[in-house]
Design a protein around this ligand. Sequence first.
Ligand code: G3I
Length: 378
Amino acid sequence: MVAAVTLVGRAAGCERAEVVLSVRGREQRRIRFGRRAVSRTVAIAPPAGAERVRLRAAGCPVRIASITTTAPVAPTPSGVPLGTAIQAGQVGMPDLAAAVTSTFRSLTPENELKWARTEPQMNQYDFRGADTIVDFATAHGLAVRGHTLVYPSETPYWVRRLVVADLIRKALVNHIAAVIGRYRTRIREWDVVNEALDWRGQFQRNTLFNALGPGYVEDAFRAARAADPKAKLFYNENGIEGPGPKQEAALALVADLARKGLIDGVGLQMHTTLGAAPSEATLLSTMTAFANLGLQVEVTEMDVAAAGLMPLRWRLERQAQIYAAAGRACRALPACTRFTVWGVSDRFSWLTPAQLPLLFDAGLRPKPALSALQQALA
Ligand code: G3I
């Protein structure tokens, strides 16, 4: 545990003085003072159970005006924060919740913040699922990723029935303002638009595109920026981890939003398999391309489908290498600020348990991928 000690003091009768902080006879820190009274704060790591910090002046006397200490605080873990997707129903599972709070530093509601869940009918909101997750995160000091305000291929039916472009745009803007407004202080980063492009790099043909054209993406980001100017706004996409028409289109899309000051980051989903995973070098090159636009980059939904005919031990080892390679690529780039896997346990994966895609197995036992990824991110 780490505690902070703040001394306000000055050298008395000489130019320079030093105070030695020790705990149970062991020197922890030295603080220098000059003639002018100043406040100095240092972090010390007292042995468990230690209650007292002893001070002594080394050299000439020191006049200490005040000493304050903070309660011991858990050391801030270093490295890239590791997050996970979670479902509201899983929050009440004690073993899963314990795995979450001891392993992850952020949560992504898997479905509970999607439009059809939060606003199933026009101006009728249902935040119960999202609140369950956000309350759990708040209680355990975990950050929350707001996934996702606009998932074009999953626009609720009632929006489709509006037909008139202007009504659809108003529904889009109102939805974003309502959802961001509700979590304004508790969700600091949002996937504003998720998966607007198809594998060729074209805009997917869906309700929003058909009614509003490609400009619906900018409309969504403008609404989000207006709703919470301090929030970090992301475009989240799959299949852009390596070069190709879809990655080119995503780069062009976010570069335009960046020029307009409407976007802060890009989410690379990283849904992959044992045979198709991008190499560490490819990922680093992709992340760098997006970072060069002045954006944060995150891995937002990683899972590695590991079904196959090879022996299980080989598949789990290969899976661990793939997670670790992605973790090293993220760790190598300062702009890569968070790494999220798409679920806690194989038991609940959208890919089905048979694919063994996540860091904990169906019995919530850690798999080789967990420690491999944690070491890569540390
Ligand atoms: O909750 C209902 C349940 O009441 C009903 O009986 C059941 C059968 O219809 O459906 C349940 O809802 C399902 C929901 O997952 C919860 O399990 C939806 O039908 C199903 O479409 C939904 O799938 C989610 C999918 O996104 C579509 O929204 C997956 O859980 C979720 O993992 C997946 O996540 C997406 C990201 O949001 C975006 N990137 C790709 C990723 C994987 O597809």
